[in-house]
Ligand binder design. Structure first.
Ligand code: COA
Length: 174
């Protein structure tokens, strides 16, 4: 089925919430659990990414089926970074190339239009080999494991990798 990639707008807030609730049920996916996904969380990253980052959506027949975003922290020293990158695709539409297309579009926009961005950062669970190899295939490098950073229960933790991608078109001019 044909999908389109476009920039997200504030009007997509409620559809995005529904998509995040659906995807939050998948184990090994996003770090937040279902109870932590609410309209406030979505509105916050949507506004922040539109104003100070990048957010793209994948749409099929006007219906939102995927999203990717990252934003620049409001700290002078981190102005060259897009961080906390998150990507999700509707479980009913996964494995059809939508995630790769969203991610490649995202990186192409950074290379073409955001030459003040030098690095993009994300976390992924070390044991989720599929996601790790997906990000590596896009040019991300493994910057190291953060042992037991993710709390599951008092006796169970998970270890994420911190991964980064570097913009080949970063402009060193002030
Ligand atoms: C990760 C995610 C965004 C990928 O989206 P997608 O549309 O399913 O991905 P694609 O179909 O474009 O495939 C991307 C890559 O994933 C891998 N992949 C896809 N389906 C796979 C499968 N069934 N088994 C193994 N690897 C698979 C492949 O490496 C693929 O690369 P390819 O393009 O060379 O085939 C999606 O699975 C998802 O939303 N997962 C839950 C949330 C999550 O984990 N988000 C990332 C953390 S923020």
């Amino acid at each position: 089925m044909k999908f389109e990639i476009q920039k997200a707008e504030l009007k997509h807030a409620s559809e995005l919430l529904q998509l995040y609730i659906k995807v939050a049920g998948i184990s090994d996916g996003i770090i937040r659990n279902k109870e932590e996904i609410n309209q406030g969380y979505v509105n916050n990253f949507l506004k922040h990414s539109i104003e100070n980052g990048l957010i793209l959506i994948a749409v099929i027949n006007g219906h939102l089926v995927g999203e990717i975003h990252a934003y620049t922290p409001t700290i002078y020293a981190f102005q060259h970074i897009l961080t906390d990158l998150t990507i999700i695709v509707d479980p009913d539409h996964q494995g059809k190339g939508i995630g790769r297309s969203l991610f490649e579009s995202f990186l192409n926009i950074v290379k073409t239009n955001l030459d003040h961005i030098k690095r993009i950062e994300l976390y992924t669970r070390e044991h989720n080999k599929r996601n790790v190899s997906f990000y590596k295939s896009l040019g991300f490098i493994n910057e190291g494991r953060q042992k037991d950073k993710i709390y599951i229960s008092a006796s169970e933790f998970e270890t994420p990798l911190h991964m980064a991608w570097f913009n080949p078109n970063y402009n060193t001019k002030e």
